[in-house]
Design a binder for this molecule. Structure first.
Ligand code: SF4
Ligand code: SF4
Length: 290
C-alpha cells in the first residue's frame, strides 16, 4: 500500500499536509514509512523538527578515459545524448560530469577494450531518521550543483521500500515532471494539495491529469482555501473524478506550530481537527480496500 502527497506547484503546503497526515495516521495506529522524495529541497525533517539520521551516499556511474588506449574515434561523444562528452580537435574525449546521466552508452559503444573504465561519483545521499512520532523517515537529498534528480528519487524510494513497515507514505517534489511520476508510481491513493489561485488551479489540473493517467484514486486538499476561488478547484476536481476531501483556511497557527517544533496536528490549535479528520478519511479508504 502506498499513498502519495503531491502538489502541482511549490509552496502550496504539500509538506505541511504530508507530515501532519502521517503523524495523525500513526496516532490512529497505522504503521507507515515516510519517504521525502522532494530531493532538490527536502524539508519534511525540518517540519517534523528532527535532525537527519544515518547517511548513505548515492553513487552514479561515469566514464573514465584511459588515454593510453583511446584511439580518439569520437564514438563515445557521438552516442552521448546528454552531450556530456566533448572532444578536442584531434578527437580526445573529455567528460563534463554534471551532465552525465550514467547511462553507460559510451562504455557500450567504445570499440577499444579498456579505453573507458568504470568510475563513480556521489550525486547525493539518502538519510534514514527515526522520528519521535513512531515512524521512520527516509530522505533523498541531491548534492548541490547536480542536475539530475531522478537517480536520487529512485534510490530514496528503494531505500524506503526496503525499510517499509505498513504503508509507504510518499511526499513528492512540486510539479508534474518525471521525478514526480516516479515518486507517485504504484500509489493506491494520490492526494493533491493545491491553493485556489490561478497558478495553483492551473497546476492542479496537471496533477489531476497525472492521477487519471496512472488510474489512481485522487483526492484534493485545498490549502489557504479562503484566499481565492475555491469553487474552481471543486469544478476541476469534478471534471477529473477527484474528490475534494479537506479545506485548510489560511492559518498562522501552522507557522506557530513549526516554531514550537511540533506538527500542528499534535497541538490544541483548531487546525489539528482538519488533519485528524483527513486521517480518519484515509483510514476509511484503507478499510474499504479500494
Ligand atoms: S554514461 Fe551516458 S550520459 Fe554519461 S557520458 Fe556516457 S553516454 Fe554520456
Ligand atoms: S569511443 Fe573509446 S576509443 Fe573512441 S574516443 Fe571514446 S573512449 Fe576513445
Amino acid at each position: 500500500m502506498q499513498i502519495a502527497v503531491s502538489g502541482g506547484k511549490g509552496g502550496t503546503g504539500k509538506s505541511t499536509v504530508a507530515i501532519n497526515l502521517a503523524v495523525a495516521l500513526n496516532n490512529l495506529g497505522i504503521d507507515l514509512t515516510f519517504a521525502d522524495l522532494d530531493v532538490e529541497a527536502p524539508n519534511d525533517h525540518l517540519l517534523l523538527g528532527v535532525e537527519l539520521g544515518s547517511e548513505e551516499p548515492v553513487m552514479q556511474f561515469m566514464p573514465k578515459f584511459d588515454y593510453s588506449k583511446c584511439t580518439k574515434c569520437r564514438k563515445c561523444a557521438e552516442v552521448c545524448e546528454e552531450h556530456a562528452i566533448i572532444t578536442l580537435k584531434d578527437g580526445t574525449p573529455f567528460l563534463m560530469p554534471n551532465l552525465c546521466s550514467g547511462c553507460r552508452a559510451c562504455e557500450i559503444v567504445c570499440p577499444v577494450p579498456g579505453a573507458i573504465q568504470e568510475a563513480f561519483r556521489v550525486i547525493g545521499h539518502t538519510y534514514v531518521t527515526e522520528t519521535p512520532y513512531g515512524f521512520t523517515l527516509v530522505t533523498g537529498k541531491l548534492k548541490e550543483g547536480e542536475e539530475r534528480s531522478m537517480p536520487l528519487v529512485v534510490a530514496a524510494k528503494r531505500k524506503a521500500q526496503e525499510l517499509q513497515e505498513g504503508i509507504l507514505f510518499v511526499d513528492t517534489a512540486a510539479g508534474t515532471g518525471n521525478t514526480v511520476s516516479k515518486a507517485v508510481e504504484f500509489s493506491n491513493l494520490l492526494i493533491a494539495v493545491t491553493e485556489p489561485t490561478p497558478l495553483g488551479i492551473h497546476d492542479t489540473e496537471l496533477i489531476l491529469e497525472l492521477g487519471n493517467l496512472m488510474e489512481m484514486p485522487t483526492w484534493v486538499v485545498i490549502n489557504r482555501s479562503d484566499l481565492g476561488e475555491k469553487e474552481r478547484v471543486y469544478e476541476l476536481a469534478d471534471k477529473y473524478g477527484a474528490e475534494v476531501v479537506a479545506e485548510i483556511p489560511y492559518s498562522e497557527n501552522i507557522v506557530r506550530s513549526y516554531v514550537e517544533g511540533k506538527p500542528v496536528v499534535l497541538t490544541e490549535y483548531p487546525e489539528a481537527r482538519i488533519f485528524k479528520g483527513l486521517a480518519k478519511k484515509v483510514l476509511e479508504f484503507l478499510g474499504g480496500g479500494e
